[in-house]
Design a protein around this ligand. Structure first.
Ligand code: ASP
Length: 443
């Protein structure tokens, strides 16, 4: 029998109505045996997530200020859920203990209680075993999650549990202190549980029907990506797609377990499948373009020198200057006598003059300048490898939109084309490419 691990995000568990939807989803498939909940999230747009309420209560407690009202609001969130679910459950003992510990057990302990309490409620509602994540998710004393130990503990603990709820976001350090992942870290817990039980799929339930081809703030009503590989996702995430917590990828990716992003409010939608690179069963129907992402905040350091191409060691000397100043090189497009380095503008702050003078010393360029306000656009798609004319389509679309292209970089994997444009052209560039590759095929 295959096993599915299901993680529900905060908006999927924000109140009793949402929890009922999640429970119906869980119970509709016998393979959905292990559940990883987040803390209750926002019920409406200006609502406050329980995790944020806990951080705020902790700040007051740590300063010795009165946090009773804040804590009462948190209690009310859970008590309303319990009442609306019709559960015979009291969290009074836990509330008392958390309140007493709040000031001294640390900020991460405080934040973790959102998932802890929600886990107890959801386990009671489903009739599943509650497993405290502190007993199975292991952190070092420095706060780094210990993957091998964690997976081994989870595997052992879950071996005889038919069904269980393991709250997301936190664990315990070797010396017994509750630690959390960074924000959004319940995704990581879900991934670890999936890895531990050799899940056939890790379902990540949220409030959108999958990963969109482009940012909906830039493109109106973008379509959902049905299947994306881990490599493609990495390219898009690097350029600003925020889908999952970054650390959630590794545990499942290395075990070849797919992730399915699903919508709790529209469970009939298939969502997006994130699959290992070798496992794209949809290739017949594959679009050339999987996704488009863009990011502002880069600059180009442009160098020109006659006969640069025959000067052995030129590029090495340039890169040494960047390395010595601790500036990360993002891309390096070159011509015969020109070389540009694209770097994150923030990493150059306060170092510009020094960078220019070190470069002059190291390679004596004829011309050297820093060009600010560059945005990078990643056009990603595993289908590019098989399709001729993709580059022509991209640049025709940009030319049509009167967008000046400053740089082009195609990785050897032929998985993506990176294009540098002026920051103020970025959104228009994304729209042009979306129209050329997607809108045109929908009409
Ligand atoms: N509740 C935590 C947060 O708001 C963790 C999570 O939801 O994944 O960041």
């Amino acid at each position: 029998m295959s096993v599915k691990v299901v993680k529900f995000g905060g908006s999927s568990l924000a109140d009793a109505g949402q929890i009922k939807k999640a429970a119906a989803i869980i119970k509709s498939d016998a393979d959905r045996r292990y559940v990883v909940p987040s803390a209750p999230g926002k019920r409406f747009s200006d609502d406050i997530k329980v995790t944020d309420m806990l951080y705020a209560a902790y700040e007051k407690a740590a300063l010795g200020e009165d946090f009773t009202a804040d804590f009462d609001n948190i209690k009310k969130r859970y008590n309303d859920i319990i009442a609306d679910l019709g559960l015979d459950l009291s969290l009074d003992k836990q509330f008392e203990q958390i309140k007493n510990n709040l000031a001294h057990a640390g900020r991460e302990y405080a934040a973790s209680r959102g998932e802890y309490l929600n886990g107890i409620v959801i386990a009671a509602y489903l009739g599943y075993t509650f497993i405290d994540a502190a007993d199975v998710i292991v952190f070092s004393d420095e706060g780094v999650m210990q993957r091998h130990e964690t997976v081994a503990k989870l595997r052992e603990r879950l071996a005889n549990e038919e069904h269980a709820v393991i709250p997301g976001f936190y664990g315990k350090s070797v010396s017994g202190v509750v630690r959390t992942f960074s924000r959004g870290g319940s995704d990581v817990t879900g991934s670890l549980v999936a890895r531990a039980v050799h899940a056939s799929v890790y379902e990540n339930w949220t409030d959108v029907s999958g990963i969109l081809v482009a940012d909906p703030r830039v493109v109106a009503d973008p379509i959902v990506i049905p299947v994306i590989t881990y490599k493609e996702l990495r390219e898009l995430s690097y350029m600003g797609f925020s889908v999952l917590h970054e650390d959630a990828i590794f545990p499942v990716r290395t075990a070849g377990i797919p992730i399915n992003i699903r919508n709790t409010n529209a469970p009939e939608d298939d969502g997006t499948m994130i699959v290992p690179d070798s496992d794209t069963g949809d290739d017949a129907a594959l679009r050339t373009l999987t996704g488009i992402a863009g990011k502002k905040g880069f600059c180009a350091i442009n160098m020109e020198k006659g006969m640069m191409n025959s000067e052995i060691g030129f590029v090495r000397d340039v890169l040494n200057v960047f390395a010595d100043l601790g500036i990360n090189v993002e891309h390096m497009p070159s011509g015969i006598d020109t070389l540009s380095i694209i770097a994150d503008a923030a990493s150059l702050e306060g170092k510009q003059e020094q960078l220019l003078s070190e470069l002059r010393k190291a390679v004596e360029p004829d011309h050297l300048e820093i060009e600010p306000d560059i945005a990078l656009l990643a056009v990603v798609g595993r289908g590019m490898r098989k399709t001729r004319g993709t580059a022509a389509r991209i640049f025709a679309a940009l030319a049509h939109g009167r967008i000046n292209v400053k740089m082009i970089d195609q990785g050897s994997s032929e998985l993506n084309v990176i294009v540098g444009v002026n920051e103020h052209d970025l959104h228009q560039a994304i729209r042009c490419i979306y129209d050329a590759f997607i809108s045109s095929t929908l009409n």
